[in-house]
Design a protein around this ligand. Structure first.
Ligand SMILES: [Mg+2]
Ligand SMILES: [Zn+2]
Length: 184
């Protein structure tokens, strides 16, 4: 397997952000998103989902429910010929309601913990990896390990502290840019 990968945020990058989605039936792809994942699959580039799910620390859903959501997500992608190579999530939040998860952890983006774990599992060279997300924290996460960050422009204000390597209209535009950048 290639030593570079593309990390994908979930909410408002791949699927619509429902605010602590807890029902697999509520999954709604953003337009073109499954096809964009398929482009990565066809290029032989690992597509790895990396998502903060503080709803678990907040007691709004549990890990079993999150697994059911991600299982359904994989089924819906498979129907469109697309596949995620792995899914990593952070269940924590410093101000949660579930005591053991209400911590300041090393894996909530923009902390690099999830990427470090993926790098270990897949033998990735993080500086040659990319991350695509709708928040500047997604860009910060990959920048923190020396990689390249693509922001999907959803009109959310981004502070001046981190400048994305590229700003895309949607996941399709982001993946196209990443694939051309990888060839260089
Ligand atoms: Mg997001
Ligand atoms: Zn965490």
């Amino acid at each position: 397997m290639s030593s570079s990968a593309v990390f994908l945020d979930r909410d408002d990058t791949l699927i619509r952000d429902r605010g602590y989605l807890s029902d697999p039936g509520g999954i709604e792809f953003l337009p073109g998103a499954p096809e964009a994942v398929r482009l990565l699959n066809e290029a032989g580039v690992p597509a790895i989902l990396v998502t903060n799910q503080s709803g678990i620390a907040r007691g709004l859903l549990d890990e079993a429910r999150l697994s059911a959501i991600h299982e359904r997500l994989r089924e819906l992608l498979a129907e469109r010929g697309a596949r995620l190579d792995a899914v990593y999530f952070c269940p924590h939040h410093p101000e949660g309601a579930v005591p053991e998860l209400s911590i300041s952890c090393a894996c909530r983006k923009p902390a690099p913990g999830l990427l470090l774990q993926a790098a270990k599992d897949f033998g990735l060279d993080l500086p040659s990896c990319f991350m695509i997300g709708d928040k500047i924290e997604d860009v910060q996460t990959i920048r923190g390990v020396g990689g390249t960050g693509v922001l999907i422009d959803t009109g959310k204000p981004v502070g001046p502290d981190v400048k994305p390597d590229f700003v895309a209209r949607d996941l399709t535009g982001a993946v196209q840019w990443v694939l051309s950048a990888m060839k260089k």
